[in-house]
Design a protein around this ligand. Structure first.
Ligand code: HEM
Length: 322
């Protein structure tokens, strides 16, 4: 097919796709273009800040994706709140210990506030900035429904709902189902491990003494085992989660899963359950389009437990309630 045919197809796809996302957004009270009258430049402002940060540091995409996930088991920017004298906030939870990207969100919020005071929530800025960092790393550039408001409560133990990196596929499927996400969402969202790092401490047991056998995990490619055994001289060493293209948002992570080259147990576990393995294989062989499906699952996650209407508030700064 000629390039004209391709571009017609691309437009049809984008229209269908944008329409789809908006319907899903609307069911949660969010909609694409929520700020089109009240702060029409919000999206270019946020993208500009992400571009600036990414120019200095290629790990920004990983930082924002993880921050978005850890906030979004309740997408109300409660993760951004600092502890106070009387309350320990979610930030203090062990699972959030290595979450980064707060500085970028604060910078974007400050620039947005200069143009539109008290209008745009921190929760929406997180959702937009994450999308921008994905698009700028070669992933999908998808419409983000907005209209989230910021929570006033952040309790350290609320982060207990985050799944354990050593849980099995069923445990993770259940944790996601509790939030209304499907096994397909789980597979696609773990696809965020297409960027970023993990500390050796999270998977070292797979290399040396798997389940007390004194040997490496037999489900890991032996060449990768040898490479990681050399690299992981201590628990604090960092290695890429995607050993192929660690700074690009693409489907290569799923190619690696099919080749038994996942680093974290939770990622390799997707191969164990038939219902998740079918999706992994479809993504690897291209019968399921990674970009479209990833954007859809990110949108689904971005709708979780949002505050809209008159609930919550629009914070003046993201680290403290008004
Ligand atoms: C069952 C669910 C999940 C588990 C158990 C899990 C676990 C982990 C662990 C253990 C790390 C390494 C952290 C470190 O060493 O500091 C990590 C990193 C990361 N996770 Fe997940 N994750 C899950 C789902 C997700 C989801 C849904 C996303 C985003 C949509 C995500 C995005 C990331 C990113 C981007 C990194 C790299 C962070 C960086 O380089 O700073 N994860 N994850």
């Amino acid at each position: 097919m000629g390039s004209r045919g391709n571009s017609v197809l691309a437009v049809v796809f984008l229209l269908l796709f944008a329409g789809n996302v908006e319907v899903i957004g609307q069911s949660s009270g969010l909609r694409v273009g929520f700020y089109s009258r009240s702060c029409r430049n919000v999206e270019p402002i946020v993208r500009g800040v992400v571009q600036r940060f990414l120019g200095r540091d290629r790990t920004v995409t990983a930082a924002l994706l993880r921050l978005f996930f850890h906030d979004c088991f309740g997408c109300d920017a409660s993760l951004l709140l600092n502890s106070t004298r009387t309350n320990r906030s979610e930030k203090e939870h062990g699972a959030n210990g290595s979450v980064r990207g707060y500085d970028l969100i604060d910078a974007a919020k400050a620039e947005v506030e200069r143009q539109c005071r008290g209008v745009v929530s921190c929760a929406d800025i997180v959702a937009l900035a994450t999308r921008d960092s994905i698009a700028l790393a070669g992933g999908p550039d998808y419409p983000v429904p907005t209209g989230r408001r910021d929570g006033r409560i952040s309790i350290v133990n609320d982060a207990d709902v985050l799944p354990d990196p050593n849980s099995n596929a069923n445990g993770a499927i259940q944790a996601f189902a509790n939030k209304g996400l499907t096994p397909q969402d789980l597979v696609l969202l773990l696809g965020a491990h297409t960027v970023g790092i993990t500390h050796c401490g999270f998977f070292r047991h797979r290399l040396f003494n798997f389940r007390g056998t004194g040997r490496a995990d037999p489900s890991m490619d032996p060449a990768l085992v040898r490479q990681l055994q050399r690299a992981c001289t201590s628990d604090s060493v960092e290695v890429f989660l995607d050993q192929g293209t660690p700074f690009r948002v693409d489907k290569v992570f799923f190619d690696q899963l099919v080749s038994n080259r996942a680093i974290l147990i939770i990622d390799q576990q997707l191969r164990v359950e038939q219902r998740t393995d079918d999706i992994v294989r479809a993504l690897a062989n291209g019968t399921l389009n990674f970009n479209a499906a990833f954007a859809q699952s990110m949108t689904n996650m971005g709708n979780l437990d949002v505050l809209t209407g008159t609930r919550g508030e629009i914070r003046r700064v993201c680290s403290a309630v008004n």
